[in-house]
Design a protein around this ligand. Sequence first.
Ligand code: HEC
Length: 231
Amino acid sequence: MTDILRRLGAATAVTLLAAGAAFSHGDVAPQPMNTDTLPDLEDPEEWRTENPYREMGDEVMAEAIRIGASGYNQNCARCHGLESISGGLAPDLRFLEAEEYGDEWYVERFISGYTQNGITKMPAFGELLGQKAAWAIRSYIETRPDDAQIEEFSPELMEIRDQLASWAADGTGDSTAAQAKLVEIGEQIETLSGAPVADSVALRAAAILAADPNNFSKAEETLTVGLSAAQ
Ligand code: HEC
C-alpha cells in the first residue's frame, strides 16, 4: 500500500517536473487567433517555406498585417518586443529577410519553438495556431518600419498631427496637402527586412484621410499613438 502511494507520489512528482520544464521561462499557452477573413491555403497541413500572402495583393496583405499585429502582440511581443523592436530578451525579428531565406527560418522556429538543455526558451506555435496565423504574424513583422527613420521624420509628423488636431477642434479644414505629405513621408520610410513597403504611421494616417478627408481626429489619433510607440 505505502509502496503504491510512494510510487504514485513519485509518478506525480515526475509529471510535475515535466510540466514544470514545459512551462518554465514565462511559457504561457499560445493565444488562439481568428484568421477566417484571410484566404484559405491549399493543403493547409503542408507548411510553406515562403509567405503566401506576400503575393496575394495589397488588400490581402493589409488584412494579414491587421490580424498578425494582434497575434504578434498576444503571442510574441513579451519576448520579441512591442512593434517587433527587441529589448534584448530575444532576437529582433525585423531583420529576417522578407523572402524565402528569411521565411524558412521564421517558419521553422514558429512550428517548433526553441529548447535548450531541456528548457523551453520559445514555445512551439505551429500545431496550436496553424499556418494562416503563422503567415499573418510574418506579414506584420516584415512590414515593420525602421524606427530610426520614424524618429527622423517625427518633427514633420508631429506638425501634421497638430494641424489635424486644430482642424478637428474647428470642425473644418482641408487635409489634401497633409495627406499628400503623409504619403511622401511614408514612401521614404523603409523596412529592415527588405519588404518594399513599410506599414508606418504615416501611411496609416494617409489611408484614413484617403477614405474620409474629414476624419481629422482618427488620423490625428493614429499619428499620436504611432509616434509615442516609436519613442
Ligand atoms: C518565451 C519567449 C518567446 C516567445 C513568447 C516567442 N519567442 Fe521567438 N525566440 C525566443 C528566443 C529566446 C529566441 C532565440 C532562440 C535562438 O537562440 O535561436 C527566439 C527566436 C525566434 C526566431 C528566430 C530568430 C532569429 O533571428 O534567429 C523567430 C523567427 C521567432 N523567435 C519567432 C517568434 C514568433 C513569431 C513568436 C510568436 C508567435 C515568438 N517567436 C514567440 C523567445 C520567444
